[in-house]
Design a protein around this ligand. Structure first.
Ligand code: FES
Length: 108
């Protein structure tokens, strides 16, 4: 199991565990963490799973692939920054055990 901590806009922290290979979106939804909608089911088509990767983890997570679906779609999320990613595109691998993701106030 891999741990991921979600920090909501009001600073509330919630650490959950998820099986390796599942996504950060699934980590939130399977554990009823509020703040991620994930309306498209995780197929990179809605941008309602927008998160900000904690700066300390950005090197390991990396930005969306340039010119890829995620990088095109993320432009439709509100308040994006250089640390923005779509949680459905973050695969929870052992190297990301302990990952910290910040949730935006709103998903649209
Ligand atoms: S769940 Fe739709 S883009 Fe991530």
């Amino acid at each position: 199991m891999i741990k991921v901590t979600f920090v909501s806009a009001d600073g509330t922290r919630r650490t959950v565990e998820i099986d390796e290979g599942l996504s950060a979106r699934e980590a939130a939804l399977f554990n009823s963490v509020p703040g991620i909608d994930g309306d498209c089911g995780g197929v990179c088509a809605c941008a309602t799973c927008h998160v900000h990767v904690d700066l300390a983890w950005m090197d390991r997570v990396g930005p969306p692939e340039e010119g890829g679906m995620e990088s095109d779609l993320i432009q439709f999320a509100e308040g994006t920054t250089e640390t923005s990613r779509l949680a459905c595109q973050i695969s929870m691998v052992p190297e990301l055990d302990g990952l910290v993701l910040h949730l935006p106030e709103l998903q649209h």
